[in-house]
Design a protein around this ligand. Structure first.
Ligand code: ACO
Length: 382
């Protein structure tokens, strides 16, 4: 029997798996994928290579990367009936809900019935990475009354996603920014959505269910959904001069008020990814007028550092990503789906790792309900 003393709300500090995929030191803001610092990967690598690294455990050879890239390009297109399904979804729905549904449906069109079959397993791995951008772009366009665009196999992953979203190729600088954001979001140890993915994987469910369930977990405002909420919060503030009074008002109304895009269970200093994203933003806005939301974010960080810094609460990955996506013209409610387009790499890496040494997740609970309660027939109840 477990006792109250064993209980850790939110499983804080409880190891839920042994993993060799990523390493995080929350006191030193150190994040590594398979031992390589994420800052280095964001600068030197590309998303396709990072997917291989996370899933296979090593950097690919030139041939492995070229073959993998081909395999991804071949799986970008989606079945025409999946496009019909996307057209039937409500235009005012949330893109994360659309992604959740269409990833599950993807598994019906391209099934992976036996997760232990290496060929089907690899096909599904490549398909999920390749098709998520197609699903996100298809819904984003359909709800704007635009035609769904076919993927282009002459463009890389990031450039093709941008093309499918906007109908034009990105500039090299925009492509690099988008690619770097995908790398920075690709994996992050045992977070809520990755844990969800591993729990689903442990039942030997298909990889489509693994990813769909992780998408559900990612959607919440305490997790991936915070990028969208952070930007909405900057818009609510409206001007850098309003930051202090806005925050004071929020705290006065609710002393437990949470600023979106700051705080983290593991990080006690500024998230390494937030630092890189801020550098990207600085670079993007170096020669143009800084967007107001970026100025607001900078001022909010400054004031939050004063108030929350002593508690170890600093910007996380979701603080600056929205400002960057907005500058690229991406609609606010598509921010979290882009997180999913990136994080699918980490989820799949964890799916593979879980299957290598699987044991179904079945934790305990502390029962606090009643026992031996008599059943009262309905006619005797008020
Ligand atoms: N704003 C203000 N105070 C905060 C914040 C915040 N964003 N985050 C934590 N705190 C405070 C809490 O009020 C609490 O204070 P107390 O000890 O005085 O009661 C203390 O810090 C601990 O907070 P918890 O919520 O218990 O910390 P936990 O580890 O459970 O939560 C979480 C982490 C959910 C990320 C939290 O910091 C939060 O809600 N942040 C805002 C949402 C957000 O940005 N989420 C994205 C995280 S990154 C990602 O998932 C991709």
């Amino acid at each position: 029997m477990v006792s109250e003393a064993d209980y850790k709300p939110g499983l804080e500090d409880v190891p839920a798996a042994k993993s060799a995929i990523s390493f995080l030191d929350g006191k030193k803001a150190r994040l590594e994928y398979r031992g390589i610092p994420v800052e280095v990967l964001a600068k030197e690598s590309n998303f396709e290579e990072v997917c291989w690294l996370l899933i296979k455990g090593e950097l690919p050879t030139q041939k492995q990367l070229a073959d993998f890239d081909d395999e991804l390009r071949q799986r970008r297109a989606i079945h025409f009936r999946l496009k019909e399904m996307i057209r039937c979804l409500p235009a005012d729905g949330h893109p994360m809900d659309a992604l959740h549904s269409t990833v599950a449906a993807l598994g019906m069109f391209y099934p992976c019935p036996n997760v232990q079959d290496p060929a089907r397993n690899w096909d599904a791995t490549c398909r999920l990475i390749a098709a998520l951008p197609t699903l996100v772009a298809a819904y984003a366009r359909t709800r704007r009354g635009q035609e769904i665009l076919e993927p282009r196999d002459d463009l890389d992953h990031a450039a093709n996603f941008y093309y499918m979203l906007f109908g034009k190729e990105p500039t090299p600088a925009t492509r690099k920014v988008l690619d770097a954001t995908l790398i920075l979001h690709a994996e992050h140890t045992m977070n809520a959505s990755t844990f969800t993915a591993r729990v689903t994987a442990s039942t030997l469910a298909t990889p489509y269910h693994v990813v769909a369930s992780a998408i559900g977990a990612l959607s919440g405002p305490l997790h991936g959904g915070a990028n969208e909420e952070a930007l909405r919060q900057f818009e609510e503030i409206g001007d850098p001069r309003n930051v202090k009074s806005w925050l004071e008002g929020k705290i006065a109304a609710n002393p437990k008020f949470k600023v979106m895009g700051i705080g983290h269970r593991v990080y006690k200093v500024k998230d390494a990814r937030a630092t890189v994203l801020q550098e990207i933003a600085e670079h993007m806005f170096a020669e143009t007028q800084r967007p107001k939301n970026y100025e607001i974010a900078l001022e909010l960080e400054r004031i939050c550092n004063e108030i929350y810094g002593p508690k170890g609460i600093y910007p996380n990955v979701d603080f600056y990503s929205g400002v960057i996506y907005q500058a690229l013209g991406i609609p606010t409610d598509v921010f979290t789906p882009i997180f999913a387009i990136a994080r699918v790499a980490g989820w799949l890496a964890h799916w593979h790792e879980q299957l290598q040494n699987n044991r179904i997740y079945r934790p305990e609970q502390i029962y606090i309900g009643r026992t031996d309660v008599a059943y009262v027939p309905l006619e005797q109840r008020p």
